[in-house]
Design a protein around this ligand. Sequence first.
Ligand SMILES: [Ca+2]
Ligand SMILES: [Ca+2]
Length: 88
Amino acid sequence: MSTLEEHLEGIVNIFHQHSAHVGDFDTLSKSELRKLITRDLANTIKNTQDQATIDRIFQDLDDNKDGEVNFREFLLLIASYHCATLLQ
Ligand SMILES: [Ca+2]
Ligand SMILES: [Ca+2]
């Protein structure tokens, strides 16, 4: 496997570690998203204790407005927040 593929597999694994607890196995509820951000994106996204921040991020990510964040929607979070940090 290439390095990129290994990293992508790592992202998928972390997503599933958090998505499997509440409701749909393959999507993140708001509480699951909050835990993922708090544990695994603490250096990228600040103010994770602030409910308004979590609400805003969740609404931004939930592109199809079904109340859950799927993997495609989650990748937008990784790309937009992490790249914004890297490119500063
Ligand atoms: Ca879930
Ligand atoms: Ca959604």
